[in-house]
Design a protein around this ligand. Structure first.
Ligand code: MEV
Length: 309
């Protein structure tokens, strides 16, 4: 009989409120944690290993094995077998790989008898994320590890990343809705990079503008100005569309959320042929009911601000 789990840890998913893609180019982005995420459970084992269900085969299995091996050696190879489960939609732009990486990093550090300092969780989770995404900005796993709303700027040319915690005096309540299927993040990021390299004059100004809107959005949150934040989200979505990372199913859902009373709505994450869309609402429940009745997979999450008791 397998050993009963002795350790558990959690890595939350994330939503990007403002700034995806531009963050890859060194602009700031604003992201907050979801209540959904990945749970890791660990039990003593003869060697450090990830228990991968037999149904996961081929490239997916190799990717998970290689990513876990990087985190295992970064945390000192504790003798633990780790099993994971998730209630987060996978590969929809909600940070599922970062949530997995953070859950594994936490449990590995704990099993190795090391304190779970945020910088160590970010370092170990970053090893896994680099296997999944080649050159991620670091936004997703930093947000998941810190479990709070952050304005993040990636490390570039040897300069350390900058992370500011953003306090919201008002609840930031989002309706997260999913549309269709999408390709991997690295593909959308790489295709945009190719367009930027070919026609920089078309793109670099738009990318800088997204960074400006993310900085401004963080100030609007701190002032409690949700109308302004909603408008920033709408403008950000328009620029993402101009960058070519949206698609008809995403745009359709964005317009639907606005029609249902969202203060602002946009794609979140890498975008592509489908993925997650967020709408900022004062009261998201009526829209949740309508979309659910229409067969759209959606849920509500508060990403910052005072929680209702
Ligand atoms: C990741 O969720 C979103 C992107 O900005 C990629 C990255 O930050 O590495 C598109």
């Amino acid at each position: 009989m397998p050993n009963a789990p002795t350790l558990t840890s959690f890595g939350p998913g994330k939503v990007i409120l403002l700034g995806e893609h531009a963050v890859v180019y060194g602009e700031p982005a604003l992201a907050g944690p979801l209540s959904l995420g990945v749970i890791a459970q660990g039990s003593p084992a003869s060697r450090c290993k990830l228990e991968i269900p037999p149904s996961v085969r081929g490239r997916g299995r190799k990717l998970l094995t290689d990513a876990f091996a990087r985190a295992a050696s970064a945390s000192g190879l504790p003798k633990i077998g780790v099993a994971v489960s998730s209630n987060l939609p996978i590969s929809m732009g909600l940070g599922s790989s970062a949530a997995l990486s953070v859950a594994c990093a936490r449990i590995l550090l704990r099993a190795a008898g090391k304190p779970e300092k945020p910088e160590d969780v970010i370092r170990v989770a970053g090893e896994m994320e680099r296997e999944f995404h080649a050159q991620p900005s670091g936004l997703d796993h930093t947000c998941s590890a810190l479990r709070t709303l952050i304005l993040f700027r990636r490390s570039l040319k040897g300069i350390a990343p900058s992370v500011s915690r953003i306090q919201s005096p008002r609840p930031l309540r989002l309706l997260v809705a999913l549309s269709g299927k999408r390709g991997p993040t690295w593909k959308t990021v790489t295709e945009l990079k190719e367009r930027v390299a070919r026609w920089p004059a078309h793109y670099l100004g738009l990318i800088r503008e997204i960074g400006r809107i993310a900085r401004e959005g963080a100030r609007e949150i701190e002032r409690g100005d949700l109308d302004a934040l909603g408008d920033a989200m709408n403008v950000n979505h328009g620029i993402l569309t101009a960058l070519g990372v949206s698609s008809p199913p995403i745009d359709e859902l964005v317009h639907r959320l606005r029609g249902l009373g969202a203060l602002g709505a946009k794609l979140t994450g890498a975008g592509g042929e489908g993925g997650a869309v967020i709408g900022l609402f004062l009261e998201p429940e009526p829209a949740l009911v309508k979309l659910t009745q229409a067969g759209i997979h959606c849920f509500v999450s508060q990403v910052a601000g005072p929680q209702a008791l």
